[in-house]
Design a binder for this molecule. Structure first.
Ligand code: SAM
Ligand code: SF4
Length: 328
């Protein structure tokens, strides 16, 4: 088991497989993109397999693949195939923008991948194109419905962006009301890997909930797992549920069970802090397993207690990089 210095069991790895993406969501990156890593700076598939296996041996039982956009990586299915055969790994999940997943849906089902989070911040083509700066709305919708029909456990991640998509909050809930889907509204972390500073936000979790309940007064709060980052609800008569993730307000740190490894091998023990180690050179060097194990144990043994404490590790802005290099 991996236990941190605050007695939290770390069993969930968010593994970013690339920092590249085919969209340019305006809350995530500037229009021109970021300084993407060179190919040899990214962990290879074999290196990702080594790291994943070691971490599962150390106590990780859930891995979420993220990025950048995981499906821009041509060898993603090979990695997923490997993960699906890893003993001790009970849950393989993917977070995706759903633009490129279509050809892989049948195979994903066969492999036993159950949980797919689709990032979709609009239920209207113009709004989607404005936010993502690309015109993939129709294919994302098609893939979303294919995933739902295919029996995946689908969650939609919808970041509430002041002046951009608040009109779609209720539309999204209406559109999804007859489907077994969890719609999760996230507070925006106000940075985009560009010039935008980490300031304050209008749409915090309270404002989002007030907005929803003013339209749907009959709703109930649902029981959620202790480690859940979302507070979950269900509207009377809806098959779908909705959740709110206070990514900016961070009320969930006390039960945090997450570890992040970026596509470049940075080990991040808190989304709001700085990387605690880099395992890329270790995985490419001698005695790699023992050295990575030690690096992970050290990182997990010196975790900040909360995101606010971790944030103080940065001198100026909270994130020097875009979320596309961290994986969300
Ligand atoms: N490309 C994939 C996708 O969009 O689902 C996976 C990577 S993306 C960086 C992972 C998650 O981070 C997405 O759900 C995205 O909405 C979220 N994210 C990106 N920038 C964010 C920000 N500024 N605030 C809050 N969440 C953000
Ligand atoms: Fe790409 Fe995901 Fe970032 Fe959008 S949120 S630009 S889809 S990595």
């Amino acid at each position: 088991m991996l236990i941190d210095n605050h007695n939290r069991n770390i069993n969930y790895l968010r593994l970013a497989v690339t920092d590249r993406c085919n969209l340019r969501c305006n809350y995530c990156m500037p229009a021109e993109g970021i300084n993407f890593a060179k190919k040899d700076e990214l962990l290879t598939t074999n290196e990702l397999k080594t790291v994943a296996k070691l971490l599962v041996d150390m106590g990780i039982d859930k891995i979420r693949l993220t990025g950048g956009e995981p499906f821009v990586r041509k060898d993603l299915m090979e990695l997923l195939h490997f993960l699906s055969g890893l003993e001790g790994l009970n849950d393989i999940s993917v977070t995706t923008n759903a633009t490129l997943i279509g050809p892989h849906i049948v195979q994903l089902k066969k492999m036993g991948v159950k949980n797919i989070n689709v990032s979709l911040d609009a239920i209207n083509k113009d709004t989607f194109e404005h936010i993502t700066r690309r015109n993939n709305y129709d294919i994302v919708r098609e893939n979303l419905y294919r995933l739902i029909d295919g029996g995946f456990n689908v969650r939609i991640n919808f970041i509430v962006l002041d002046g951009q998509n608040e009109q779609d909050i209720i539309r999204m809930l209406e559109e999804m009301k007859d489907f077994p889907v969890g719609v999760r509204f996230l507070e925006e972390m106000p940075f985009n890997g560009g010039s935008k500073a980490f300031g304050s936000i209008k749409w915090d979790h309270k404002a989002i909930l007030n907005h929803i309940v003013s339209h749907y007064p009959n709703y109930k709060k649902l029981e959620s797992p202790k480690t859940s980052t979302s507070v979950n609800y269900q509207i009377e008569g809806h098959r779908s549920t909705f959740g709110i993730i206070p990514s900016f307000s961070r009320t969930f740190c006390g039960s945090c069970n997450r570890l992040r490894v970026t596509a470049k091998g940075d080990v991040i023990t808190c989304l709001y802090g700085k990387p605690k180690a880099n395992i890329r050179d270790l995985v490419r060097g001698e005695n790699s397993i023992e050295r990575i194990r030690l690096a992970i144990e050290n990182a997990v043994g010196t975790r900040a207690k909360t995101g606010f404490e971790a944030q103080r590790e940065h001198e100026a802005s909270v994130f020097e990089a875009s979320m596309t290099s961290i994986g969300g």
